[in-house]
Structure formats: C-alpha cells, structure tokens
Write a protein that binds this ligand. Structure first.
Ligand code: GTP
Ligand code: ZN
Length: 188
C-alpha cells in the first residue's frame, strides 16, 4: 500500500469520525486516522502477496500418510462489515510422489489468505485449492472454526456462536473412513 492509499484511508477515517459526531482534532483522536491507515496496511497485507509462493520450495520425503497441522490461530476481516472474524484453522493433507511442504508454510498460507477482506467459506476453499494445486496430494481437508464478530457484537448479537467450515478435496471427498479419521483428530 503506497502513501496515496494510506492518505485515502486517513481521510476516510476522519470523515467517519466526523459523521458519528466526534471531533477528529481532539487529543485522543488526532493520530487515529494515521494509526488506522497503518493498521489496515498490516491487516490487509495479504492483498499484496501470492500465497502460492510459500510452496515454491517443497521437500521430497517418502511419507504418504496423513499430515495434520491444527490450531493455527488466525484473524481475518469480514468483507461485509469490515470487522474481524477469528479462530483456528486445521489443515490436513496426504502427500503423494513425496511432495511435502514445510510446516510453517501452511501457517503462512493461512495468515496470507486471512489478511484481506474475506468470507470464511472462501478462505476455506482457497486454502484447500492452494494445497491441491501446489502439492498435488492424494487429498486435502481444511477446517476453520471462527467467531464472526458481525454476528456476536452487533446485528443479531449471539455471543458464543461459532461457524465451522470444511473443505475436502481428493481422497477426503471420496473415502469416508479417511475423512472420519481426520475429523476425529481435528476435534480431539
Ligand atoms: N456466508 C457468510 N456470511 C457471512 C460471513 N461473514 C458475514 N456474513 C453474513 O453476511 C450477511 C450480510 O447480510 P446483510 O443483510 O447484507 O447485512 P446486515 O443488514 O448487516 O445483516 P445482519 O448481520 O443480519 O444485521 C450477514 O448475514 C452476515 O452474517 C461469512 O464469512 N460467510
Ligand atoms: Zn460481517
């Protein structure tokens, strides 16, 4: 995000503050537009990234069994209301042809795909498709569990509700016992 874009955000935030009846020049708020612009640059940084690059280096490892990284925490921004949804991502795949990703790259992909205006379903599918494309595994299974603040702190106001989304590809779509196994491991 360049200087011009940051200034645009600052102007927008100043207008919002005025519109809600606040004084953007008062001491506590005077630096707020600049802070918010910096914050947006950070939390939307995924828009300037291509998460597929995290999988340009893959390892050759003779492991054709399940790999599961669970409880990857994430924060994203609901694109309908621009307030956060946040929770945990669980990522499972079964490599084939010895193609294995560095484990941290799975968490980097979550971070990058979360760091843009998002919907939980799209984020889930994007992770599943990314791993299918880059690793060509036997299958991928993604689960995201999140609290959507637009449902809990405003609107219908149902604190404690959680949204769970899954994305199954390859063998996880066709083989019930492998799917059950991964679901059990994710929920334990
Ligand atoms: N499917 C899906 N819906 C989402 C997600 N995040 C927010 N929403 C929903 O997007 C919808 C937007 O509905 P609108 O009627 O356009 O907006 P609204 O008047 O603010 O709706 P309420 O939230 O019901 O007050 C709401 O039902 C939200 O719960 C998401 O990640 N996935
Ligand atoms: Zn929302």
């Amino acid at each position: 995000m360049d200087e011009v874009s940051l200034k645009k955000i600052e102007q927008g935030v100043r207008m919002i503050l005025e519109a809600i009846g606040e004084n953007p020049e008062r001491e506590g708020l005077v630096d707020t537009p600049e802070r918010v612009a910096k914050m947006y640059k950070e939390i939307f940084s995924g828009l300037e990234q291509d998460p597929s690059e995290f999988f340009d280096t893959i390892y050759s490892e003779d492991h054709e069994e399940l790999v599961l990284v669970k409880d990857i925490s994430f924060y994203s921004m609901c694109e309908h209301h621009l307030i956060p949804f946040f929770g945990k991502a669980h990522i499972a795949y079964i490599p084939q042809e010895g193609k294995v990703a560095g484990l941290s790259k799975l968490a980097r992909a979550v971070e990058s795909i979360a760091s843009r205006p998002q919907l939980q379903e799209r984020m889930t599918a994007a992770l599943a498709d990314l791993l299918m494309n880059k690793l060509n595994p036997l299958g991928v299974f993604i689960m995201l569990e999140a609290e959507q603040l637009c449902m809990t702190m405003r609107g219908i106001k149902k604190p404690g509700t959680k949204t769970i989304t899954t994305g199954a590809r390859g063998i996880f779509k066709t083989n019930d016992s492998i799917r059950s196994e991964v679901l059990l491991l994710m929920k334990n």
